[in-house]
Design a protein around this ligand. Structure first.
Ligand SMILES: C[S@@+](CC[C@H](N)C(=O)[O-])C[C@H]1O[C@@H](n2cnc3c(N)ncnc32)[C@H](O)[C@@H]1O
Length: 253
C-alpha cells in the first residue's frame, strides 16, 4: 500500500486503507470536514487585502467548503485539490449551487505533486490535512513555494500542551518552526471549545449512523466500521481534552 494512501486514510481518521473506498459513504452528511470557513474568512478579512484578482490555493480541499465560501464572500478565485474523486465531484456541484463555478477550479490530485508546480498564489490553505506534506517544517517550506513573496499561508492544526503528547507541537515549538522556515506568524485563531463539542457531536452522530448502515450491508466488515467510529471518537476526545485546535495565518518573506 502506498505511503500516500496511508496518509490519505490517516487524514480522515481511518486506521486502515481498506476503509478508503467507504469514506465517501461514511462522510456523506458532512460538507465541512475540518477547517472552519468562518474562521479563515475572518482571518483573511482582518489581516490581508483581497480583491477579485486574489488567487487562493486550497490543498486537501475536501468537498470545497472553505474554497466556496471564500469565492462567494470575497470574489476571489480558488483552486482546490484533493485526492478523493468523490469529494471533488461534490465540490464542483456545490460551486454551481452557489453560483461561483467560474471562480473555482477543483481538481483531483496528490498535493505532494501540486506543491511542485502550483506557484505564485496569494494565499495557500492546508486545512486539517495533517502531515501529508511532511513534518511541520517540510510542510511550511512546501506551502511557501506555492505563494508569491509576501504571500499568506493558512494551516489548520493544533497546539499540544507543553510537555504533553509529542505528536502535537506546543505553541513554542510551532514558533521555532516558523523561525526556521522564515515565515511570520500574522494571526492565530483558537477554536472555541464549545464549537469543538458541537462539531464533534454532529460529526459523530452522522458517522455512527452511516457506519451502522455499512455494517448491515457488509456484515463481514462490521468490525472495521465499528473501529472507525471508535477512532473518530478518540480523535474527538483528543480535540476536546488534550490539544487546542488553532488556525494559523503565516506570511512568507
Ligand atoms: C480532514 S479532511 C479536510 C478537508 C478540508 N480541508 C476541510 O477542512 O474541509 C483532509 C483532506 O485531505 C485530503 N488528502 C489527504 N491526503 C491527500 C493528498 N496526498 N493529496 C490530496 N488530498 C489529500 C483528504 O482526501 C481529505 O479530503
Amino acid at each position: 500500500m502506498s505511503a500516500v494512501e496511508e496518509k490519505l486514510a490517516a487524514s480522515l481518521t481511518a486506521s486502515t486503507t481498506e476503509l478508503v473506498p467507504y469514506l465517501p459513504y461514511l462522510l456523506q452528511d458532512l460538507w465541512e470536514m475540518g477547517s472552519s470557513p468562518t474562521d479563515i474568512l475572518e482571518l483573511i478579512a482582518g489581516n490581508t487585502v483581497v480583491s477579485t484578482e486574489t488567487r487562493v490555493l486550497d490543498l486537501g480541499c475536501g468537498k470545497g467548503a472553505v474554497s466556496i465560501r471564500l469565492a462567494q464572500e470575497l470574489g476571489c478565485s480558488v483552486t482546490g485539490i484533493d485526492l478523493m474523486p468523490e469529494f471533488i465531484a461534490y465540490a464542483r456541484s456545490k460551486a454551481q449551487e452557489y453560483g461561483v463555478e467560474a471562480q473555482c477550479r477543483f481538481e483531483v490530485g496528490d498535493i505532494n505533486e501540486s506543491v511542485k508546480y502550483e506557484r505564485a498564489y496569494d494565499i495557500v490553505i492546508l486545512g486539517a490535512v495533517g502531515d501529508v506534506l511532511g513534518d511541520s517544517l517540510e510542510t511550511i517550506l512546501n506551502l511557501s513555494a506555492t505563494v508569491r513573496p509576501g504571500g499568506y499561508i493558512f494551516i489548520d492544526d493544533a497546539y499540544g500542551a507543553d510537555g504533553g503528547d509529542a505528536r502535537y507541537h506546543s505553541r513554542d515549538q510551532w514558533l521555532g518552526v516558523f523561525a526556521a522556515a522564515k515565515v511570520r506568524l500574522v494571526a492565530e485563531k483558537i477554536v472555541d471549545p464549545r464549537d469543538v463539542v458541537a462539531t464533534n457531536t454532529f460529526t459523530q452522530d452522522h458517522i455512527t449512523k452511516r457506519a451502522d448502515e455499512l455494517a448491515a450491508m457488509h456484515p463481514e466488515k462490521a468490525r472495521m466500521f465499528e473501529e472507525y467510529v471508535k477512532c473518530q471518537q478518540a480523535e474527538c476526545d483528543e480535540l476536546e481534552n488534550e490539544m487546542t485546535g488553532v488556525t494559523l495565518l503565516l506570511q512568507t518573506a
